[in-house]
Structures are given as C-alpha cells and as structure tokens.
Ligand binder design. Structure first.
Ligand SMILES: Cc1cc2nc3c(=O)[nH]c(=O)nc-3n(C[C@H](O)[C@H](O)[C@H](O)COP(=O)(O)OP(=O)(O)OC[C@H]3O[C@@H](n4cnc5c(N)ncnc54)[C@H](O)[C@@H]3O)c2cc1C
Length: 421
C-alpha cells in the first residue's frame, strides 16, 4: 500500500486529506502537525480576540477526533518535521523519528515575521498569526492593562487589530514604513480616504516611518521612529508580514523562490513532492505567472487540487484572482487584481463616501479598488474573472442593471462585462 504524508495540517493540509479520501484513495496517510490543535482558520483569530466568537469557532472543521473519524489517517501531533530527504523519500522529525513516504504534501503555511522591537521585553510584543497568538493577545486585552498600543504594519491584519482595540477604548497608534495604508492593494486616493476616516475616529497614524529604537520607560514602552518622534505605549503588535515555513525542505533539491514553486497540478520540482497553501507559489491569474497568494480560498483549492492529484486523478489548479476584502469600523474596502500592473488610472466614482478607482489596460481592468461598495464586490469579481477566462457569453443584462442602480457608472459596468449584446 502506498504511504502518503501531509506536513502541516492547516487549511491546505486538511483539504488535501479530504480530497484524497473523497476521491476514493486508500493509501495510508500520515499527518504531521507541529501543534496539538486541529486545523484552524487564522482569519478568525482577531474575532476571537474581540470576543465575537468562542475559542472552538476558530476550528471550522471540528476537533481532531471528529476529523479522524471522517477521514482515516495516522496523526503525529506536536511533531515538527525538521527535514525531508526528497531523494530517499524520508521524513525526519525534530525528535529524531524517521518515516518513509511515497508521495508527500508540504502545507506548512507561513509564520508571522516578528523581529524584536528595540530593547523591549517579549511580554510587550505581540503578533497575530496562530491560535496561541490570539489567546495571548486576548488575555492581555481583557486584563485591561492596555491603555495605548502601537500597531506596526498597515495591513489587512493590522486594521483588524486597530478596530478591536479601538472598540475597547484603547488608544491606537498605527504605523508603517509605507506612506499609506494597505500599500500593496490600495491606490493613493483610496488610502487617503481611509486614513482621513481613521483619523476622524481618533486613530493616530504614523506612516512613512519605521521603528528604530524602543525601551522601557516608567513602566511603559517608549518607541522611537526614524523621523525622530517617539510614542509611549503599553504594547507593540507586529503585523508586518509573514515568511514561508519551509526550513524542512532542501533548497538544492526543491525549487524555492519565496515559496515552493508548483505547476498547475501542485507538483514541485522534486519527485512525489506536492505543495499547497501559503507556503507555495501558485498561479495568479492577474500576472499569468506564479507567486505566493496567501488567501484562504486559494489554500482550499490548492489543497484540494494537490490531494486529488496525489490520489491519482488529473486535476489542474485554475489560478486565483488576487483580492482583499475587509470591513472595519463601519466601512469596507475591496480590491481585486494587482495595482502594480501597467495601464491607465481612472477614478470612476467619488461621492458620499463611496470611491472607485481602477487601472485599465486595453479595455481590461487590471486592478480595481471599491470603497464602501461591498454589495457590488461579488459581481465585480465575477466580471473580472470573465475577462481573465475569456468566453463568448454576453453580459447578463439584469446584473448590469443591478450594478447601475447601485451607483456604479455605465462606463465602468461596460468595462467590467462588455456591452450587452
Ligand atoms: C490574522 C489573519 C487574517 C487573515 N485574514 C484573511 C482573510 O480575511 N481572507 C483570506 O482569504 N485570508 C486571510 N488570511 C490568510 C489565510 O488564513 C491563509 O491564507 C490560510 O490560512 C493558509 O492556510 P495554510 O494551510 O496554507 O497555512 P496555515 O493555516 O498556516 O497552516 C500551516 C500549518 O502547518 C504547521 N507547520 C508549519 N511548519 C511545520 C513543520 N515543519 N512540521 C509540522 N507542522 C508544521 C503550522 O503550525 C500550521 O498549523 C488571514 C491570515 C491571518 C494570519
């Protein structure tokens, strides 16, 4: 009997296992997880810190016992895979245990990048990626000792932390080395509107500067920035990004750029080695190439694709339309596509707090920002996908009417779906 291994049991690992079993695969499957927890959804961690969901709700697929009852596998919990010998097809764990495999999936995700902040003690520094991070931050927030907090990293995770702290009456300083919020997804016009909104709510913004120094000062933390300014806070939360968790792979045997490079079947350059989720570079439809995508829906689909192919089916990963969708403090921001792609920039709507800006090239939207137009985002996404997967069906006139009624200008709806035939 074939022996398969899954290293890292998060969203991608779980969906690979599920897809294998649903495809009728009878191979023995070994699952390695460096936690003692069932797979969790990292995007729910901030909701747990907020107190909006109970602890168990962070585990959308149930307990480990429930998962094991549904999909048979052998579990190696709290076991960190240290090295994968891709030539001999042997896995070595940190405790020295070695096992063989025929096919293996790497779904080790990414880890929060949290460098030390000056000379501050570890208890003042937080990050937000895993369940343990959420539990620790929730304890600190509910203990009530946080009056003023510095959130570093104007990212989608950073803004959720700003929101939850603000909701609890904690003063927030929000900083980033970039000049504006959401630097990889938002056009300047969009960022400026969001920043004005945050400032109105009392959030102190420090963009275009980096933290250079920090030390304890009279029971609090004094954090200094590159422009010479200083803030006094009780804690620092780092949301400055992640790094792929790939230390178990030999880079001379497996092609790694920032993530493991995969083909459309989620195969890597090493025989029998597949990869899925945040640790790999999957197909991005906007650039028609591969890169790390870092989205839940991609981890689901990549995991499923890898699982099916490991089970012997022949399935391609269709690629992802990169998107960011976030709601915070009563507003919403949506972006689809890659803002760095070339094209003509145009503002389509700027009225009553709603804002739409896009980059258009040869009649095709490369990237679009929607502020406070969440209801339209599904339709906009579908239309962008239509452009990326060209086909002949004409635009649904009803949907176009809905978009027009909701305030999007005709010029934009024509662009999104082409003219009604
Ligand atoms: C705070 C936060 C908010 C987010 N919000 C959104 C959102 O709104 N929308 C969205 O689409 N996406 C969001 N994401 C991203 C999304 O959660 C991820 O893309 C997705 O969870 C990736 O799943 P994964 O299985 O690849 O990795 P992970 O969920 O990271 O799972 C990998 C697992 O492998 C384990 N592991 C790592 N190394 C080893 C090893 N050597 N041995 C054994 N086990 C190992 C890890 O501990 C982990 O359990 C968010 C992420 C975070 C952190």
């Amino acid at each position: 009997m074939d022996r398969f291994a899954i290293v890292g049991f998060g969203c991608a690992g779980y969906h690979a296992l599920k897809a294998m079993r649903e495809a009728g695969c009878s191979a023995a499957v070994d699952v390695y997880s460096d936690t003692g927890l069932p797979p969790y959804n990292p995007m729910l961690t901030t909701y747990y810190v907020k107190g909006k969901i109970p602890y168990e709700a962070m585990f959308p697929f149930g307990t480990m016992d429930e998962i094991q009852k549904e999909y048979e596998f052998r579990l190696f919990q709290q076991r960190t895979v240290e090295f994968i010998d891709t030539g001999r097809k042997i896995i070595r764990c940190a405790d020295g245990m070695e096992t063989a495999y025929d096919k293996i999936l790497i779904s080790t995700g990414a880890r929060a990048f949290s460098p030390p902040v000056g000379n501050l003690p570890a208890e003042r520094i937080f990050s937000m990626r895993c369940v343990e991070d959420a539990v620790r931050l929730r304890e600190a927030v509910t203990a009530g000792g946080l009056r003023r907090v510095l959130v570093v990293g104007a990212s989608m995770v950073g803004i959720k932390l700003v929101e939850l702290l603000h909701e609890r009456g904690v003063e927030v300083v929000f900083s980033d080395l970039a000049q504006h919020i959401f630097p990889t997804a938002a056009f300047e016009g969009t960022s400026e509107r969001i920043e004005a909104f945050l400032q109105e709510k009392g959030v102190e913004l420090r963009f275009g500067v980096k933290t250079t120094q920090a030390e304890e000062q009279e029971g609090r933390a004094a954090v200094r920035f590159s422009d010479g300014s200083c803030v006094i806070v009780d804690a620092v939360i780092n949301c400055i990004g992640t790094r792929t968790a790939l230390s178990c792979l030999p880079p001379e045997e497996v092609r790694i750029v920032r993530g493991v490079v995969v083909d459309d079947h989620m195969r890597t350059s090493a025989d029998g080695l597949f990869a899925a989720g945040d640790c790999c570079e999957g197909r991005d439809l906007c650039i028609d190439g591969t890169r790390i995508i870092g989205l839940w829906a991609s981890a689901v689909l990549q995991g499923e694709t890898a699982g099916k192919n490991m089970a012997g089916l022949d399935v391609s990963y269709p690629g992802t339309l990169v998107h960011n969708i976030t709601h915070f403090m009563g507003i919403d921001f949506v972006s689809f596509g890659d803002k760095s792609l070339p094209g003509q920039r145009q503002v389509y709507l700027d009225k009553d707090g709603q804002y739409v800006e896009a980059v258009v090239q040869d009649g095709r939207i490369q990237c679009i920002n929607l502020l406070n137009l969440f209801k339209n985002s599904g339709a906009v996404k579908n239309y962008m996908l239509r452009a990326l997967y060209p086909h002949d069906t004409p635009l649904d006139p009803q949907m176009k009417a809905v978009l027009l009624k909701s305030g999007l200008p005709k010029e934009l709806t024509d662009l999104l779906g082409g003219s009604v035939k």
